[in-house]
Ligand binder design. Structure first.
Ligand code: FBP
Length: 551
């Protein structure tokens, strides 16, 4: 039997491309600094909270001498949160950058996520180890975890561990929360001369702005989902008997859903941000779906595809209120709640203790969904949206409305459904060429930011719609992405989550086509990710990235 698939063997040979300014000896790459920066809002409060790291300039790599890159150093790296294709290449780029600087320098990987720093669990990443993981998916090289490092006590413990291991810089590969904490850690570590650099990761695509054009993993994950959606669409168009409701991962924002819709042009994509803006209730969402189903049925097409974003439930006003009440109620009475043995007991206790509107919303839901809303919370005390079967809830409600219409004689068609959830299928795939190049370049940039003496920065690579050689690499201070948000009753500096922009070109492009795609069958079948072959197929970025660039 083979140890590796044929594709994996080929991917080991793939040499990621990097922007032209990153090519060559690292001691000949320096930085050009721009003007001082400001946070996106609440400038004076945030400056007061981050006196040592706030307001630093944007950095761009350029050719020039930097002897410090040859210093022997120890660097730590940690993967935080959900898997995203390309994480291994970030570590490979970081490793190669470090070794290019000085062969004696060491890279330590903290195990199983940020918890590994607190518990001082780490392994040295060597040539032999990294070579097993180049251009592969997953985070299994060192594992990941969702422990949040945010308290003073935790920072002190991390500092102790880094000092014991003589770690001069820590690279945190994570989403908006992890990068927020990276900036706070950078501030805490600054007097001890330990640097902290962040790398933007998440398939959800919601860590982005002018300087972070996309988070890594979004490209591969949306290509995988679009392939699968395209395959289902072709099946639907062949059998012509099912409506497929496909829930797509994405904790809050609907970027994945929108990108997949643009790639596949299926009948309908619900965009959570629009639901919130228009304050649509669950029954209005169902009515919109029913309208599409009836109109297609009138044309003899009793089949179709609906994309449902994972985070939808929290954007529907009455559900948002219900979830927030439930989160508080279960947090405040956790010990009593665990004494309630049956679902019946739990549901009736919850109903009694919720306010009138929330209780009404709760009771109007099917029992399965009620159970899912009462399941274990995530480490932050929030409901785990990926475990709520919104796609099934919508099917049930659509079906009941259509049955009612059938009885009234206003619907004469057929409605049979299938449901799917696409999430984990895309998070650990072999990174697309885009993600393989992007991630390697991000890791390499992380080392260069360290070698140029910066801390509290996140790697930034721009011009991503262009060929790799023309990408522009550097870093931006994380404080620049901050605004103040209330967390546990206190104002905290946090990276603002980038939701789908309802005046942005990707969404507007969908709006222009929405009716036509809903009613007609205009499916596009993207097929599998291509790693080898014509450039136009192998290296194209997401439609979101292309349209955003046109703006
Ligand atoms: P990150 O934000 O950590 O990158 O994770 C994103 C994600 O893939 C979401 O899309 C999803 O809701 C969540 O992880 C599921 O994570 P888990 O498997 O830990 O519940």
């Amino acid at each position: 039997m083979k140890k590796y698939s044929l594709l994996q063997q080929e991917r080991y040979k793939f040499q990621p491309n990097v922007p032209k300014d990153l090519i060559g000896d690292v001691s000949k790459i320096t930085i050009q600094l721009g003007q001082p920066t400001e946070s996106i809002s609440d400038q004076s409060e945030i400056k007061g909270m981050l006196p040592k790291t706030y307001g630093k300039p944007i950095a761009q790599f350029i050719k020039g001498a930097n002897k410090a890159a040859n210093d022997k150093i120890n660097v730590g790296v940690v993967l935080s949160g959900g898997q995203a294709p390309g994480g291994h290449n970030v570590i490979a780029g970081l490793f190669d950058g470090i070794k290019n600087g000085n062969k004696e320098s060491k890279l330590w990987g903290f195990l199983k996520g940020p918890g590994g720093i607190l518990e001082n669990q780490a392994m040295e990443i060597t040539n032999e180890i990294i070579d097993q993981y180049r251009n592969t998916g997953g985070f299994d090289i060192i594992g990941s975890g969702r422990t949040k490092i945010e308290s003073e006590k935790q920072f002190a413990q991390c500092l102790k561990v880094c000092q014991e291991r003589k770690i001069a810089a820590l690279v945190i590969i994570g989403g908006d929360d992890s990068n927020t904490n990276a900036a706070l850690m950078a501030e805490y570590f600054a007097p001890h001369n330990i640097k902290v650099i962040g790398v933007p990761k998440t398939i959800d695509g919601d860590l982005k702005n002018e300087y972070i054009e996309t988070s890594f993993g979004f490209d591969t994950a949306t290509k995988i989902y679009s392939e699968l959606i395209g395959n289902i669409a072709r099946d639907a168009n062949s059998a012509k008997k099912y409506w497929h409701f496909i829930k797509l991962m994405g904790r809050s924002a609907s970027h994945i859903c929108l990108e997949c819709q643009l790639q596949t042009q299926v009948n309908y994509a619900i965009i959570s941000e629009e639901i919130e803006k228009r304050q649509k209730t669950l029954s209005q969402i169902v009515s919109d779906l029913v309208d599409v189903i009836v109109e297609r049925s009138n044309k003899g097409e009793n089949f179709g595809i609906v994309l449902v974003p994972e985070g939808l439930i929290e954007f529907i006003p009455e559900m948002k209120n219900l979830i927030s009440e439930l989160n508080d109620l279960l947090a405040d009475h956790a010990s009593h709640f665990t004494t309630l043995r049956t679902f019946g007991e739990q549901a009736s206790w919850v109903n009694k203790n919720l306010d009138k509107d929330a209780s009404y919303a709760f009771s109007s839901l099917p029992a399965d969904i009620q159970k899912q809303l009462l399941m274990d919370r995530d480490p932050h005390g929030n409901v785990q949206v990926s475990r709520i079967e919104t796609e099934k809830l919508l099917i049930e409600m659509v079906e009941s409305k259509l049955n009612q219409m059938k009885n009234e004689g206003t619907f004469k068609g057929k409605f049979s459904s299938q449901h799917h959830f696409l999430g984990y299928e895309g998070r650990s795939a072999f990174p697309s060429n885009f993600d393989a190049n992007y991630c390697y370049s991000l890791g390499y940039s992380a080392f260069l930011l360290i070698a140029n003496g910066l801390t509290g920065y996140i790697c930034s690579i721009r011009n991503l719609h262009k060929p790799v050689e023309q990408w522009i690499a550097g870093g931006v201070p994380i404080s620049m992405l901050f605004n103040l948000e209330k967390r546990h009753g206190k104002n905290k500096p946090v990276i603002k989550k980038a939701l789908v922009d309802l005046v942005g070109k990707p969404y507007k492009t969908y709006l222009e086509k929405r009716y036509s795609w809903a009613i007609n069958t205009s499916y596009v079948y993207p097929g599998a990710i291509q790693y080898y072959g014509p450039d136009s197929i192998c290296n194209q970025p997401t439609i979101t990235l292309q349209l955003e660039h046109e703006e």
